[in-house]
Design a protein around this ligand. Sequence first.
Ligand code: 4AD
Ligand code: MG
Length: 502
Amino acid sequence: MNNNYTTIDSLSQHTNREVSIAGWLYNKRGSGKIQFIIIRDGTGLCQCIIEKGKVSDELFEQLKHLGQESSLSVTGTIRADERSVGGYELAATDAQVICPAEGYPITPKSHGIDFLLKNRHLHLRSHLQWCIGKIRHTVIDAVRRFFNDNGFTLIDTPIFTAIAGEEQQSLFEVDYFGSPLHLTQTGQLHLESAAMSFGRVYCFGPTFRAEKSKTRRHLTEFWMVEPEVAFIELDGLLELAENFVSSIVARVLKDNKSQLETLGADIASLEKITPPFYRLTYTQCVEILTSERARGFLAGQLQEMQEQKQQTEAKIAELEKQQAGQIKQWQRDKNAAELIELRSELAEINTKIENNPKHAQLAAEFTWGKDLGGSDETIISQMHDKPVFVTHYPKQAKAFYMKTDRENEKVVLNFDLLAPAGFGEIIGGSVREDDYERLVARINEQGLNAENYEWYLDLRKYGSVPHGGFGLGIERTVAWITNQKHIRQCIPFPRMMDKVYI
Ligand code: 4AD
Ligand code: MG
């Protein structure tokens, strides 16, 4: 960075001194005598005050008509001002327009999500996307720090693979010099071989799933971090996972409080994320889902949503009434933006009201043996104020590599971690089947081609040990922490089943 420019995040060290900042015009308002322009420079936002008489008339006019997202530098004195965005403001004495912009397509008013995704290359400049990006950065740094500080060795696993780690239906096939290969769904299988060399390892990279679901929790390309540990049992894995997740949340609370506030995250709930988390078996979950307690809980939710619906409808009616009358233009614009928000909120509430009885029925009729569905996970996680481990799933619902519980052959030694407040699964993991014969039987049972798994089976021939690990999805974790409904907001350039925008 040019040393002549001061970054906005360091303005506190420059009060009452003259500095130059450089960035983009984020927003502006003002009159013929004074202009307030907000500059963003990638490190923060700063309001600059341009007073007629303090700068040349020519410059004043140029800045007054400058378009959103024009690039410029501004020189002036820094003053502390609590009311100002970022807590400091700059009283300008000079400025230089670097590249004027006209007709920037994304205005501070609300736009539909489709429009914003088509303009993701520009929307990344918005304050909300910036806050999420900053938090994603912290999450990834905290992930690496946790493993690096706890004796894990980073192992880079391949993206082109010949074997399936998860469901075969969700493999992306690529033409590899005339032969089919897949994009990796998980680094786990390769990582297991590295665990037999290094003991504690992790991999971290993009993973691919051709899942035909358009839910708020699914991307076709997402980032996953996976630790794998030799000589560990289920209890040890759960402890590792709760310490890991707690350390991530603590780091975000420490480094990104203001971004969390801007995004409307539930900071008080995040502060509660400390070990131990809740531990339920799958069988206990089935009992909860089919219980009176769950039925009452869902009925209570329905009532709450109906009240919310009425309140939102009343607010919309009030704003519509104002819009029909005589009001100032700024008030009209503000109302219009608020109406877009409220109408989309109302649509969401209506969907939830519609889904509530369906989800209630699915839960009430849940039978032992099925995998937990998205709505079942949501119910369990809504009924808890901290993350919940769900362990010991039925063998038939889970992947071939999971170790059969020797005390109950119907279940496997696995777990999912459900984030609270209805967010749902952010981690999936298990102890791995370490017995050669049993693993071969599982591979055959699931109709997989045992020949492809020869190298993986070798690990059970040459010094097999109890081992296990898990995978945490970065986008889901960021969405949970930042309170985003859809995980597509939590990766800079999302890839989804129905659309890849840019
Ligand atoms: O539960 P999953 O499928 O587990 C595995 O892949 C194991 N092999 C991991 C392991 O044991 N090493 O995926 C793990 C996590 C999920 O909990 C979720 O957070 C995320 O990866 N995930 C997705 N995130 C976004 N979009 C998708 N389509 C995802 N599928 C899984
Ligand atoms: Mg899973």
